[in-house]
Design a protein around this ligand. Sequence first.
Ligand code: ARG
Length: 468
Amino acid sequence: KKQEAWSARFNEPMSELVKRYTASVFFDKRLAEFDIQGSLAHATMLAEAGVIAASDLQAIQNGMSQILDEIKAGQFTWQLDLEDVHLNIERRLTELVGDAGKRLHTGRSRNDQVATDIRLFLRHEVDRIQGLLKALIQALVTVAERNHDTVMPGFTHLQVAQPVTFGHHLLAYAEMFERDLERMQDCRKRINRLPLGAAALAGTTFPINRNRTAELLGFDAPTRNSLDSVSDRDFAIEFCSASSILMMHVSRLSEELIIWMSQRYAFIDLPDRFCTGSSIMPQKKNPDVPELARGKTGRVYGHLMGLLTLMKGQPLAYNKDNQEDKEPLFDTVDTVVDTLTIFAEMVEGIQVKADNMRAATLEGYATATDLADALVKRGMPFRDAHEAVARAVRYCDTQQCGLEALSVAQLQEALKLTELGYSDDLVNQELCAVLTLEGSLQARNHVGGTNPVQVKTAAAETRKRLGL
Ligand code: ARG
């Protein structure tokens, strides 16, 4: 007979539409493995506390083991009539082992059960995501090491600013993803608490041992308040928030990859397997993967807003609204997992067009600040140096050449130091040397700088910190 678990209370069966509307089994069956884990720990604790018999526990363990096999083999029949993953599994257990199955739900409610399941699920996924973040950081570090002295223009306002190394640029992203890793680690602390024992909302009359259940499931401790236990979804929101920030970083990297791969920049190429062509334009090779990642960032932000909005009006304790937490959470996990997996592989495959990067750096007077700094070191106040170099840039504009192309005499003419009350003698061969790209990079030799040696050190330190 297919009856609701609560049918004894009702005078008529549920409407078919309401069944479909309220059922969650088609998405929450994804929690099955964790639901079984939670049930086994609960049953073990109940048996140890003498609430159920040892023989009941044995039967529950046998039944659950078969159910897990059935689910893994795709042979489990999920029934919409049984509403959710919890009732589906419990019903099958009772089919298999009889009364012992009916005893499983003693001292428990689906409210604390589902809260436990999501925490177990999310803990598992957060650990996987941490591994994927490390893989992506490793890929960035690897390409950074290969390019520790590859010159590229550093930009502000998307205008050429100062020379940097491509390695330094990539390590900026490694820093962002390392902070994302820390956020995931931090969020895991608050995920890893056991709500089981809160039952529906007010706890239970049975002599349960929540510390024991927590221990069995690898939770750090039981939650401290039963009402909070069944209604708290902060941990999921926190995860979506950390995921949103992570995806924001992915999206920024994507934007740069797309720009760099455009013909106008031609700084990099991406392996064919991460690109697609056009059905009409035969020549096309499009960076679809970074474009999609940029797009998918939007849906992850959306899920964060969705969950915040889901919670904002709920009175204590559990409300059915909470069933709506799963799809956004699952989709966030899937999007982040897939994106990180692809990016680790794609980043590793970035093909660098070093000549184009160098040429672009030479085009934008990227060493103008170095020239101003050098004049300051020769005794000029910075504002005067800034003015003189600005004139030199204008001079180069009319001559259509770069600062590094100027001879000593030309540089004297360009800077017009005498007009500012300084001697042209300040301009010599040594000053001209400051204008080379290599000179500029070498000079920035401090912690956090773009000097190739610093880049190598930073890469090595990142490896060491993360055990890569
Ligand atoms: N499917 C429900 C959820 O996801 C499980 C808890 C249902 N509890 C209840 N009292 N209806 O939240």
